[in-house]
Design a protein around this ligand. Sequence first.
Ligand SMILES: Nc1ncnc2c1ncn2[C@@H]1O[C@H](COP(=O)(O)OP(=O)(O)OP(=O)(O)O)[C@@H](O)[C@H]1O
Ligand SMILES: [Ca+2]
Length: 604
Amino acid sequence: HFRISFSYLCPASWYFTVPTVSPFPRQRVAFLGLFFISCLLLLMLIMDFRHWGASLPRDRQYERYLARVGELEATDTEDLTLNYGLVVDCGSSGSRIFVYFWPRHNGNPHDLLDIKQMRDRNSQPVVKKIKPGISAMADTPEHASDYLRPLLSFAAAHVPVKKHKETPLYILCTAGMRLLPERKQLAILADLVRDIPLEFDFLFSQSQAEVISGKQEGVYAWIGINFVLGRFDHEDESDAEAPQELAAGRRRTVGILDMGGASLQIAYEVPTSTSVLPPKQEEEAKILLAEFNLGCDVQHTEHVYRVYVTTFLGFGGNFARQRYEDLVLNETLTKNRLLGQKTGLSPDNPLLDPCLPVGLTDVVERNSQVLHIRGRGDWASCGAMLSPLLARSNTSQASLNGIYQSPIDFNNSEFYGFSEFFYCTEDVLRIGGHYHGPTFAKAAQDYCGMAWSVLTQRFKNGLFSSHADEHRLKYQCFKSAWMYQVLHEGFHFPYDYPHLQTAQLVYDREVQWTLGAILYKTRFLPLRDLRQEGVRQAHGSWFRLSFVYNHYLFFACILVVLLAIILYLLRLRRIHHRQTRTSAPLDLLWIEEVVPMIGVQVGP
Ligand SMILES: Nc1ncnc2c1ncn2[C@@H]1O[C@H](COP(=O)(O)OP(=O)(O)OP(=O)(O)O)[C@@H](O)[C@H]1O
Ligand SMILES: [Ca+2]
């Protein structure tokens, strides 16, 4: 005779106990069996939920972290399922080749290819850079392929030979080539298209060698950084670090600023156009808006992004210095003529330049005119002298060069600054990363005021970043002032704007517009994968389906077992009641046999 009582931890008024049952041996075994099975199922269910729970964002973040750590390992060149892609960035100051690779597409049409930078057996990124820029081949276009050979041989040595035939090669040129006359551009490209296939068997054709527009360059940079930051992921909105969504179901994307040697780009996502612009500006704004679909199926509109992007040719660090020197030369010669002076016409009567370090002497030559200059290292005066180079028109909304700029919500935005934005803050000043205007201004001012002799001494003692060369030391003062003017006076970023990161590596990956370029150019590949391997996909979806049905099946089993237990208990209870009505004395009798009741009269 034993009592099964379940008293649940709940308010006293709810205390209840399950009636005592006296199951018979056979039934007792069956009952115990059912009870055991249901506990087991419940236990498995709880384990399952725990596992499910783990697959929610916290685990997803961890997965992403692991993936990033995984990216730092050497690329497994034995894995023949990997695909490779090459992008040559022919910049104004140099050319670099980036070797990318990606595993077979994961089958989810909403995902881009998971493209990463290849890493060699020492886990170093497979990238090679040469100087000067390809525009140096302007007068000898027949040597353009010779110029690029070191980069292509480098890539050929890293990509598995049997993969060369299916490895696309993109040669994309930026501002350096844009500044050449078109016929010179075409002559250089024609030489590449003709000669490279004679020596390398990469997947390469005429359409893969081009001078891209500044707009394309800006869009590619925007795609690259947002891909690396996971801002195109949609599934884990509840991810703790997820910033406010720009539109339902999408994560906020970051804007980019990219200042090269010759051109400057800015790109950032704009919400569907709310601001009503005057017709002229409306027209202009349309030209500056890039709308593109990152889905591999143009029908998937949730991957359509609307990005304000514009490029400023001649606003790169080096070219701006050229324009500055032109300006100073013309101003000085005009002043000399008007005032009968000889400033800068001889080394001992140099023009004092606030944008060069103190004591540094230099000579500016333009069409047989010569100007001797000497640095006087005054960062603030330098900034003031750069104002005319921003070429702002007098309307309030105008930005650099009088080009319309779509309003930026500085309180709800994040920007990444690349190239010169990174070099100017990191190489010499060592404050790359989170940008703080006043801190940068102070560090730049101090650097500018240092004597050139001190700077060269420190350079020899290796006090600056290994990337910093003498060219960097010489123009750091000018470029930091120019970058500062462009950011705050040109693009109207507040002086204490807190959401700008200057970067070259993000999660240990060099983020370049070249990554965005190959992501964009391969965005339809997944579709091809899907179509080619429909079977795999169908199988995949069947598997996923069955997995889901499994869970429903699972719940159904639990329900059935619990129902059986409840019915069983109710049946036992009915039996028990019937027994007590007909067999009450029996119980007492049983008790009497076992424990004689003293003084209790049993029976009539
Ligand atoms: N790692 C580096 N550290 C310091 N300076 C650098 C570094 N790499 C390039 N530079 C210099 O910074 C300037 C800008 O280089 P960057 O490669 O960004 O421009 P680019 O791509 O050649 O020009 P553009 O994009 O306008 O065609 C150049 O003067 C270049 O010599
Ligand atoms: Ca560049």
